[in-house]
Design a protein around this ligand. Structure first.
Ligand code: AMP
Length: 344
């Protein structure tokens, strides 16, 4: 598609296609839920969109320059094509707004937070929220009394610590670059690495950040072999590709370290949940991570752990901490928030 406007039009045309469409005409649509990446500190929950909300989304463009303008474009196109239909914004950052300042502040001069909003925001919030609610259902316990660690392991990856239904910490930061090792993103690095790459390779700060976003992670660690875990896992299992083995081992260690940190922060954990492309579909990665979790009394049930893409407890009855596989469903979560707002 040449631009987002064309894409939205094609999407709506497809939705109402006489042969294959899900609805006959646009007038059947009662509300539209939009995934908006960055809500900054403005939004701690989903919100009905009006002019002020659009201005606030625009204001957050400095924090998500690639995403928020595209999100706004989608909203404005839907407003134009479906006049009078309520539009709802569901923010990727909203679920994490319950973090306290000790978790969200960086140890840089405080004025940068006050002046520029430099802090941890976190992402994948809709997924972390959905998975934590499903975890409570699967465990048959109220979410309000659970300590959960949710590992969203996809191309982008993040971990969150959730106490009594509220996010207390998460691994992504000001941008989705921080935290876990990802497909092509480095996750945590010493900022000194950036200065050294810039100096040695004669690059400016934007080029270095691009390298950390696009050429790093398991792609970089495997020396360009692949960012796709299907390739990496096959090579790891074949045992003849040291580059793939190196990438997988580093990825797993980073996940295990965050689980350890969050188990300490939560002062215990009832369940560790795996979700997203890798978390849902890779028994190997789950098993390798769980090898680090003996101190939590985790006993993986290897038979159950063979599951792909199904909600399941993959631990033995004796396991002190549960490990759950929960396929995420951000669309359903967005629809649920949208319906709640429009009906309520
Ligand atoms: P997502 O961003 O959630 O769509 O996840 C994408 C990632 O999930 C990619 O790295 C895929 O290789 C990985 N993935 C998808 N299916 C599998 C699978 N069967 N085994 C291992 N990794 C998978």
């Amino acid at each position: 598609m040449a631009n987002h406007k064309d894409a939205v039009r094609l999407m709506l045309k497809t939705l109402t296609d006489p042969e294959t469409g899900a609805v006959k005409e646009l007038s059947e649509i009662g509300a539209v839920g939009h995934r908006v990446v960055h809500g900054g500190e403005h939004f701690s929950k989903a919100t009905l969109i009006d002019r002020k909300v659009k201005e606030a989304i625009m204001e957050c463009t400095v924090l998500a320059p690639l995403h928020n303008p595209a999100n706004l474009q989608g909203i404005e196109d839907c407003e134009l094509l479906m006049p009078g239909v309520p539009q709802v914004a569901v923010f990727d950052t909203a679920f994490h707004q319950t973090m306290e300042e000790d978790a969200y502040l960086y140890a840089v001069p405080y004025r940068y937070y006050k002046q520029y909003g430099i802090r941890r925001y976190g992402f994948h919030g809709t997924s972390h929220e959905y998975v934590s609610r499903r975890a409570a259902a699967l465990l048959g316990r109220p979410g309000g009394e659970l300590k959960l660690i949710v590992c969203h392991l996809g191309n982008g990856a993040s971990v969150s610590a959730i106490k009594n239904g509220k996010c207390v910490d998460t691994s992504m930061g000001l941008t989705p670059l921080e935290g876990l090792i990802m497909g092509t993103r480095s996750g945590d690095v010493d900022p000194g690495v950036m200065e050294m790459i810039a100096g040695k390779d004669g690059k400016n700060i934007h080029e270095v950040v691009r390298i950390l976003n696009k050429e790093s992670g398991v792609l970089g660690l495997s020396d360009g072999f692949s960012s796709d875990f299907r390739d990496l896992e096959d090579a790891y299992l074949a045992g003849d590709n040291p580059a793939a083995t190196r990438a997988i081992r580093a990825f797993v260690l980073r996940v295990a370290k965050y689980i350890g940190a969050y188990a300490a922060e939560l002062n215990g954990v009832d369940a560790v949940c795996f979700t997203a492309g890798i978390g849902e579909n890779s028994p190997v990665i789950r098993e390798l991570v769980c090898e680090y979790l003996g101190y939590l009394g985790v006993e993986l049930d290897r038979e159950q752990n063979r599951v792909r893409g199904k909600e399941r407890d993959v631990t033995t009855p004796a396991s002190k901490t549960r490990v759950l596989v929960i396929p995420t469903n951000e669309e359903l979560e967005i629809a649920r928030h949208t319906r709640e707002l429009v009906q309520g």
